[in-house]
Design a protein around this ligand. Structure first.
Ligand code: NAD
Ligand code: UFG
Length: 338
């Protein structure tokens, strides 16, 4: 079956293309490369021996989507394409709402017209309200997002929920990712953020390789075991496999399903720093800095529903995440520019 993968050249999309091919699916990618390189897809082909039809362009370009549907028989779609930098979304809200929501609506309009009504959406743990008890279940309270990026995910889910309610032929899966980290074990694909990384793992690995002087640990006075923020880090290959499990669910159900993709384990910032140092035999200098605005003390999933309904669990542990991140970083210090 052909799977349309929007944003397939990106970090999670490229890893998902590997798992799709290995599970016998044929990914067909559309990406405007606004935050990625087409080299990621060449590397996916190198890893898998498969071929990936690639359309360079914007998901909001309805004519291009029509062409893709004319040229290929699409069975379902996975919608990764979107802008994802939290801080930037506060500065450029219109760009985020425009890109993330219009892309989702254009894609759904074309899919509906073509009678392809099966869609997996990249949502985020950020849709959960900050006042929930841990662990977060799919039934936990959502909303009260602290930034426009988070609202685009919240609204994106709602748009899909309403579409599935209005037309019972639709099958939609909203996947709420926790904190994706790591890279494919080959070291051929991974995450390479533009400029100074916002997220913890790329910052750790760029510090270890000497691109950054030190890591700023944002706050050590949170109500957590060592005072630093706790998150549910999930290996990107496990996350990618979660999409393959979701396709199988999508083919057998209609309506809307929502699933957490996390491990259920929370690690603090200092846990991650110390694990990275000991697994890889490197130093990660750090200083304690003030808290970052908008951060929660703790955030981790209850992955029970994904385990029971999708039959999916995350098999890779913290050591795998640290080892694979470093393998990618040290083999590709400048990402796909090397
Ligand atoms: P990424 O930036 O590496 O990948 C997104 C891809 O979409 C990029 O290749 C980009 O060029 C492309 N893109 C963006 N807007 C587009 C458009 N209008 N048309 C065509 N292509 C477009 O990010 P990622 O980490 O792989 O994230 C994938 C998805 O998962 C995003 O929707 C993101 O919001 C979501 N998500 C990511 C995280 C995370 O921490 N990485 C957490 C939760 C949810
Ligand atoms: N942190 C540091 N120093 C840094 C970067 C991060 O101490 O340089 C800390 C943060 O304060 C937090 C933890 O590391 O305690 C994780 O921070 P990240 O920025 O890596 O991740 P977040 O949990 O803040 O957010 C991520 C994505 C969001 C997504 C959310 C939930 O960036 O897009 O996970 O899935 F919504």
């Amino acid at each position: 079956m052909n799977v349309l993968v929007t944003g397939g050249a990106g970090y999670i999309g490229s890893h998902t293309c590997v798992e799709l091919i290995e599970a016998g699916y044929q990914p067909i990618v559309i990406d405007n490369l606004c935050n990625s390189s087409a080299k990621s897809l060449q590397r996916v082909q190198q890893i898998t021996g498969g071929q990936i039809p690639f359309y360079q362009g914007d998901v909001r370009d309805e004519a291009l989507l029509n062409r893709i549907f004319d040229e290929n028989t699409i069975g379902c779609a996975i919608h990764f394409a979107g802008l994802k930098a939290v801080g930037e979304s506060v500065e450029k809200p219109l760009e985020y709402y425009e890109n993330n929501l219009c892309a989702t609506m254009t894609l759904c309009r074309v899919m509906a017209k073509r009678g392809v009504k099966k869609l997996i959406f990249s949502s985020s743990a950020t849709v959960y309200s900050g006042d929930n008890e841990m662990p977060l279940r799919e039934t936990s309270k959502t909303g009260n997002c602290t930034n426009p990026y988070g609202w685009t995910k919240y609204m994106g889910e709602q748009i899909l929920r309403d579409i599935a309610k209005a037309d019972p032929a639709w099958s939609v899966v909203n996947l709420r990712y926790f904190n994706p980290v790591g890279a494919h074990e080959s070291g051929l694909i991974g995450e390479h953020p533009n400029g100074i990384p916002n997220n913890l793992m790329p910052y750790i690995s760029q510090t270890a390789i000497g691109k950054r002087d030190h890591l700023n640990v944002f706050g050590n006075d949170y109500p957590t075991p060592d005072g630093t923020g706790v998150r549910d880090y999930i290996h990107v290959v496990d996350l990618a496999k979660g999409h393959v499990a979701a396709i199988e669910y999508l083919m057998q159900h209609t309506g809307e399903g929502v699933f957490n993709l996390g491990t259920g384990h929370g690690y603090s910032v200092l846990d991650m720093v110390h694990a990275f140092e000991s697994v890889n035999g490197v130093k990660v200098p750090y200083v304690i800095a003030p808290r970052r605005a908008g951060d929660l003390p703790t955030c981790y999933a209850d992955p029970g529903k994904s385990r029971e309904v999708l039959g999916w669990t995350a098999g890779r542990d913290q050591n795998d995440m640290c080892r694979d991140t470093w393998n990618w970083q040290s083999k590709n210090p400048n990402g796909y520019d090397d």
